[in-house]
Unconditional design. Structure first.
Length: 443
């Protein structure tokens, strides 16, 4: 029998939450199989820390500046149109261009992809019809997870590789909090037991489990629409006047603002609110990124291969304690050095991720990562104007921002063709080469 590969993407599970359950004995089957395997404890995700931003880096191996879909939501400056790619409304994706990139899984035997359109070129593809069930109806969402995992031994009679995206983790965290995540992961653990103990597969089975981004608890809403309107801005789809703003912010912990006004004016307003974790804009004169919050202001810029963090006052990213020996007012490091130095901070790798997001043409003139625990109200714009905002629906957990529990995910893997190794950290985009090298080895 050929080597069989099962790749499971757990949507929205933080490293902190996963390893808390993993090490406490809540996931006995997973722990027994993956202990001694290949483990990356902290995968540093993207900003925004949400699936649509993560997937191109993982599966296409491209930079954030090269992707056609910067996030689940943005504003098309040319068409003057809001773009929403919510996974629970798949019909929204029909008008999007087909991706021109080849996925990392294409060309490696017979493959089945369940729920990941980014890898549908690998073989047989089943669309993510089940995300609608998984959003708020936990039993239906988990039933789909069970059906796919339990039938994996039979599917391996036809396919060499199976890629399955489990959305119930993220959706149940949103809707039910930590109890929802526990329900989803214990269900996965139970069903994986049947595969791990399958005598026919035991010596040929290789399993990868990873997450694209994390999640963290919510404690309140921030009425960004109200703040902008109180300061004389008009929320609209059509940017004709200086005070017109196209606001892209719905429920997740980030927002993009598009405007003809000097972004410095909006940054000064929003940076005074504690609910705003980081507010930033790109200074087109010198290609730097200006960031600010209640803790201070700094500039991010590139100097050859190094990314620089130069504080102007205070320390907006709260890095001072991690650079005790350096000249803290002007830190210049490579990307890998930034991970190592800031991994334990509130905003791991934020210097690099903020610089990268503004390299994408669809990024807002202003980008916001809301403070841990806050997200904006739901808003609805029709016929060019903001029609209403609402505090409903609300989430228990959320993601999208730069906070550590939202941006740190993980990978575990084990099997006949997987070498034992433990890494403290890696970048999310490193997954592309990890998968590429693995499939080349077993080809």
């Amino acid at each position: 029998m050929k080597a069989k590969t099962l790749i499971i993407l757990l949507d929205g599970v933080s490293s902190k939450d996963f390893f808390k359950l993993y090490n406490s004995g809540e996931l006995p089957n997973i722990k027994s199989f993956f202990d001694g395997g290949f483990i990356i404890k902290n995968l540093v995700s993207t900003f925004p820390s949400e699936s649509q931003t993560c997937y191109p880096l993982i599966f296409y191996g491209i930079k954030l500046s090269e992707t056609e879909e910067i996030a689940q939501m943005w504003y098309d400056r040319i068409k003057r149109q809001f773009i929403y790619l919510w996974d629970f409304f798949p019909i929204f994706r029909l008008h999007m261009k087909k991706e021109k990139h080849k996925s990392v899984f294409k060309g490696y035997g017979k493959a089945l992809t369940v729920g990941l359109k980014e890898t549908k070129d690998a073989g047989t593809y089943i669309p993510p019809f089940y995300v609608i069930c998984g959003l708020s109806l936990s039993k239906l969402g988990i039933l789909v997870d069970t059906a796919v995992i339990r039938n994996t031994p039979y599917l391996f009679n036809r396919y060499d590789s199976i890629m399955f995206s489990i959305y119930s983790c993220d959706h149940l965290l949103h809707s039910y909090g930590s109890k929802g995540l526990l329900t989803s992961l214990k269900n996965l653990d139970k069903n994986l037991g049947y595969i791990i103990n399958n005598k026919k597969l035991k010596d040929k089975l290789n399993i990868f489990i990873f997450s694209d981004h994390g999640n963290s608890p919510l404690k309140g809403k921030f009425e960004i629409q109200k703040v902008l309107k109180e300061n004389g801005y008009h929320l609209t789809r059509y940017l004709n006047e200086k005070k017109d703003v196209a606001l892209v912010s719905n429920l997740l912990n980030y927002a993009f603002l598009y405007t003809k006004d000097n972004p410095e004016n909006i940054l000064k307003i929003l940076s005074t609110y504690h609910q705003v974790g980081v507010v930033a804009y790109k200074n087109k004169k010198d290609n730097s990124v200006i960031i600010s919050n209640t803790n201070g202001r700094a500039k991010i810029f590139k100097d050859n291969e190094k990314i620089c963090y130069k504080t102007e006052n205070g320390d907006p990213l709260e890095y001072k304690n991690y650079f005790k020996e350096e000249n803290f007012t002007d830190i210049r490091l490579t990307k890998d050095e930034w991970i190592e130095k800031t991994l334990d901070s509130r905003f791991p790798y934020a210097v690099v991720r903020l610089y990268e997001v503004f390299e994408n043409k669809d990024c807002g003139d202003i980008a916001i990562s809301f403070d841990n625990g806050y997200c904006p109200n739901f808003s609805f714009t029709f016929n060019g104007r903001l029609k209403f905002t609402s505090k409903w629906p609300t989430f228990y957990y959320n993601h999208g921002g730069l906070e550590r529990d939202q941006i740190l995910s993980f990978l575990i893997a084990n099997g006949e063709h997987i070498k034992s190794k433990k890494l403290k950290f890696a970048k999310l985009e490193d997954l592309y080469s990890i998968f590429k090298n693995y499939f080349e080895d077993i080809k």
